[in-house]
Design a protein around this ligand. Structure first.
Ligand code: AHG
Ligand code: MN
Ligand code: MN
Ligand code: MN
Length: 333
């Protein structure tokens, strides 16, 4: 088998579609390199003193794990000096990180969830990194939070790395979705799946069932119908999976279909759901749509939402098109 590296893939993509400017290519390569570094840290576990929690909380009020902070720092350091970015934003930082004056400022904005699935870190279950790339607004001089508040449809690239039995990088620049596997000996990303496609129909769903007593009526109705099996209104038996790492759940869905849900519920009426629009929902929605799937907040396409703030949360329904349509339809009734 002829091995195609991430670099070769990006260069060839640029020739084909003229859609990946050199700056963006460089940026993606630097993010990929950061994910490789994070993967090394993750792989060391207790031997590298990277497990466990810190005493700090992030802006979401979550206790930070050591790896949340380590991964955030790896991404900041790697992406600061390349000259392709104007600013970065992250789940683990209250506000944006401007590129220090000693480095040139580029035209892109990078947003990331440095370590997704933090509750899995200490139990050696799959975790990941999610990222989204936006173009800085024309004529922007001093980047502000406002410049990041663009709908997901404006993303020029998005991807995630999953740190599982293998480390893989899934990437879209708006021309389909491709998966690269980290060759640990060579230290390079090798193209292993081209044009990933999510089947439109599925018999698998992912939701944290322990929240069922807090759900709103459309979600309760939808899940009840799935659970009713082949004698119920849906006429088939559904299976359930919940990894508690969005990256790993979405990765499964990209590979074999399924519907992933983190709905809004009645636990905290001030928060519409748990997942964050800018660095979880948007990049995943972009990837899922590029793979032929769908992503909504129950009412509208996630990629059409105009963000109001950096750490905004949003309900998420994504994956196989047919199922996303059913559960979204129930919200409209
Ligand atoms: P993070 O670790 O980046 O804060 O994100 C965790 C998210 C997401 O990855 C996952 O799907 C969800 O939280 C799990 O939530 P529950 O623990 O409520 O199931
Ligand atoms: Mn978190
Ligand atoms: Mn996350
Ligand atoms: Mn995280």
């Amino acid at each position: 088998m002829k091995r195609i590296s991430l670099t070769q893939y990006l260069v060839e993509e640029q020739r084909k579609h003229n859609s990946i400017p050199a700056e963006l290519r460089l940026l993606i390569e630097v993010v990929a390199r950061s994910c490789k570094t994070i993967s090394h840290s993750v792989g060391k576990g207790a031997l590298g003193d990277v497990l466990g929690a810190l005493e700090t909380e992030n802006v979401q009020g979550e206790v930070q794990k050591k790896l949340d902070v380590i991964s955030n720092e790896i991404l900041l350091e790697a992406n600061e000096w390349g000259g392709h970015l104007a600013a970065m934003a992250s789940e683990e930082m209250e506000t944006i990180h401007r590129i220090p004056n000693r480095y040139p400022m580029g035209e892109y904005l990078l947003v990331f969830d440095p370590l997704d699935g933090s509750s899995n870190i200490d139990v050696n279950v799959s975790i990941g990194t999610i990222f989204s790339v936006l173009k800085a607004p024309e004529g922007m001089k001093d980047p502000s939070e406002q410049d990041f508040l663009q709908p997901g449809s404006k993303q020029v690239a998005a991807g995630y790395a999953v740190y599982g039995p293998q480390t893989q990088l899934v990437l879209t620049t708006g021309n389909g979705v491709n998966c690269f596997t980290l060759d640990r000996e060579m230290g390079s990303w090798v193209l292993t799946q081209r044009g990933m496609q999510i089947p439109a129909a599925t018999k698998e769903f992912a939701i944290n069932m322990s929240n069922s007593r807090h759900w709103h009526a459309p979600v309760t109705r939808y899940i009840d119908e799935l659970l009713a099996g082949d004698t119920g209104p849906r006429g088939k038996n559904f299976n359930m999976r919940w990894i508690a790492s969005m990256v790993a759940d979405v990765h499964r869905i990209l590979n074999r279909g399924g519907v992933f849900m983190y709905p809004a519920d009645s636990r905290d009426p001030s928060q519409p759901g748990k997942l964050r629009l800018m660095y979880e929902a948007n990049p995943m929605a972009f990837i899922v749509e590029q793979a032929g799937g769908a992503a909504t907040d129950g009412k509208q396409r996630i990629l059409d939402i105009q963000p109001a703030k950096l750490h905004q949360r949003v309900p998420v329904f994504l994956g196989s098109r047919d199922e996303v349509a059913v559960v979204t339809g129930y919200h409209a009734e």
